[in-house]
Design a binder for this molecule. Structure first.
Ligand code: ATP
Length: 234
């Protein structure tokens, strides 16, 4: 579903990605691991178009989308979960969800998407009239994922969805991601929470200094020397 070839990107003069290659197969959860500063977030941002790639190719569903801006990618069926703080705090839960369904494609699927979201997150249904800003951190993270779902995506990019959450909520977020896969969605996940994310993943890449240093199935990654080097002692 997604092919990334020789992707280079950075900030100002500073190059961060030095030729990242990865592939995300339809219906899988693929995880990008790696130590702090390895370029995981930058990889997601460059794929989605929040950072303009310097070089390389991003292919989505057979189409070259390398220089397509994020809002166009959303129309094509790619979305990225932004952190809870990108919600509209003074608007209600349901208003925030509705704002997610802003493309024609999403609008046509509005009722189905809302039903899916409320099935996955009953708590959001209970609290649909509550202002987003008054929800707990965990609830806001759920709302951020739910809002991304309202775009009726095929591929969801997630940047550390478990960050800053209490352990119980972390487990809940990973379970939700697993259920998204059961619903037929494809997920590219960036996580610090190595073991929890591997539990739900089909395939993983390890980034180190802007390049893929290891890749494989979950079992292969767990045995990988690169992973041990990257994480032992951290
Ligand atoms: P972490 O797990 O710590 O979030 P990461 O693997 O996601 O790390 P990135 O956030 O992609 O790493 O950062 C890679 C490098 O790019 C780091 O050296 C970081 O300081 C730098 N960087 C990230 N964002 C910016 C920015 N907006 N401006 C300048 N440099 C940045």
């Amino acid at each position: 579903m997604l092919f990334v070839k020789d992707l280079e990107a950075g900030y100002g003069e500073m190059q961060v990605l030095w030729g990242v290659n990865l592939e995300v197969r339809k219906g899988t959860i693929t995880t990008i691991l790696g130590p702090n500063g390895a370029g995981k977030t930058t990889t997601l941002r460059a794929i989605f178009g929040l950072n303009r790639p310097w070089k390389g190719v991003v292919e989505f569903d057979g189409k070259d989308v390398t220089y397509m801006p994020p809002h166009r990618k959303v129309e094509e069926g790619m979305t990225m979960v932004l952190e809870g703080r990108h919600l509209f705090p003074s608007m209600t839960v349901e208003e925030n969800l509705m704002l997610g369904a802003y493309t024609k494609h999403a609008e046509e699927r509005l009722e189905d998407s809302l039903e899916l979201v409320y099935t996955l997150f009953p708590r959001l249904k209970e609290r649909k009239k509550q202002k987003a800003g008054t929800m707990s951190g965990g609830e806001q993270q759920m709302l951020a994922i739910a809002r991304a779902l309202m775009t009726a995506p095929k591929l969801i990019l997630m940047d550390e969805p478990s960050q800053g959450l209490a352990p119980k909520l972390v487990a809940e977020v990973f379970e939700t991601i697993s259920r998204l896969k059961d619903e037929g969605l494809t997920i590219l996940l960036v996580e610090q929470n190595v073991f929890a994310s591997l539990e739900i993943s089909d395939y993983a890449y390890v980034l180190g200094e802007g390049m893929v240093v290891a890749e494989g199935t979950v079992d292969e990654i767990k045995e990988s020397e690169a992973v041990k080097r990257a994480y032992v002692g951290v």
